[in-house]
Design a protein around this ligand. Sequence first.
Ligand code: CMC
Length: 432
Amino acid sequence: MKKETSSVAHLTLNGKTYDLPIMSPTVGPDVLDIRKLYAEANVFTYDPGFTSTAACDSSITYIDGAAGELLHRGYPIDQLAAKSHYLEVCFLLLYGHLPSGSELESFETLVTNHTMIHEQMVNLFRGFRRDAHPMAIMTGVVGAMSAFYHDSTDINDPHQREVASIRLIAKMPTIAAMAYKYTVGQPFIYPRNDLDYSANFLSMCFAVPTQDYLVNPILSRAMDRVFTLHADHEQNASTSTVRLASSSGANPFACIAAGIACLWGPAHGGANQACLQMLNEIGTADRIPGFIARAKDKNDPFRLMGFGHRVYKNTDPRAKVLKESADEVLELLGVENNPILKVAKELEAAALLDPYFAEKKLFPNVDFYSGIILEAIGFPMSMFTPIFALSRTVGWISQWKEMISDPAMKIGRPRQLYCGQTLRNYVDIENR
Ligand code: CMC
């Protein structure tokens, strides 16, 4: 659907003018095509953090940061959160359209039939320390999938790519739940094919062999909404990591493991854990001004976790839905007057009134309220980022599949502004 216009921008450099074609997306800002710039003008562009650089073209997800809009294949996230469910959104992201009834049924059956992991993989979990962070376990175990599923590592075979995609979406909840069970010293719980995706995940996390576990439908609906809201988010750091890793031709399991590693950082998926830690540390509303003052202090590295976003400069639409969900879930669970939710709301209100946050366009992001919901469901903080990772797996895979099937794909190889020593001769150790 990409449209290349006939218009060009002109760059004048050392008296010579170069034409830069302007590419127009279906929606969003135009993009200057600088692909031939180095060959023609012998200059690089400089953009650490890719703040002004489109690294690929994509038809999956669109974000309008100024309007606070997030679309998956054109559908707004608030409509998907209210009317759809996670596996339907997975289908939408992977195949580009909303499924018919029969398409959805076959997709759900396919995913459900791949939820077990190779039994030998259980030994991998047992090799970790019991106090390992579940993200450390997930990074290792997902990377190790390439040692178990040899029949889906050939990226040039579309059928193998499809099998790898389904395996990753189906097995990620099993791996995340096993990582959790291992760290709490409980037996692993096998997946149950009579449960839907979210209910099965809750069962694998919270069931024990000694008694029946009935999944509370309120909790599985809340879980499904958390999964849906985290499913994809355009070219964020972990997705770009997956794209860069796979641009070398690496197998999909290795690439998704790279995405998980990137997501772990507190500026990205690790922010949900860091945010709840921060809210607990604040503890009571009277301590909010002190923390806001710290966040504004240039000499203090502290930042309000769950606040700010590279792209959203108005509101994060996912945070809006999660704030409503937090209210609903806590009310339905009978957790009245949750003190941490109260601190979160008062902190949000105080920050939004503060000129520092208004001027820098800093608003609550998806991680601000998600931890409160996950804690109410019963998860410890260490599981927040693994849950983000399992939700985002479909986004990583959809972007990976899109990239691999693009004939224009090239290995990712950024250039640099070299600021080091120029050529010098080696000095023997006795002369230094
Ligand atoms: N608290 C206080 N000040 C902030 C914050 C914050 N949370 N976020 C940004 N700023 C300030 C920052 O100090 C800078 O000020 P100045 O211009 O005076 O130097 C300005 O706002 C711009 O910040 P930046 O770091 O240049 O912006 P960025 O686009 O590179 O970073 C961010 C975006 C999300 C990494 C950042 O806002 C942040 O660290 N937020 C806290 C962590 C967080 O909640 N991350 C989750 C992001 S959403 C989910 C996900 O991606 O996984």
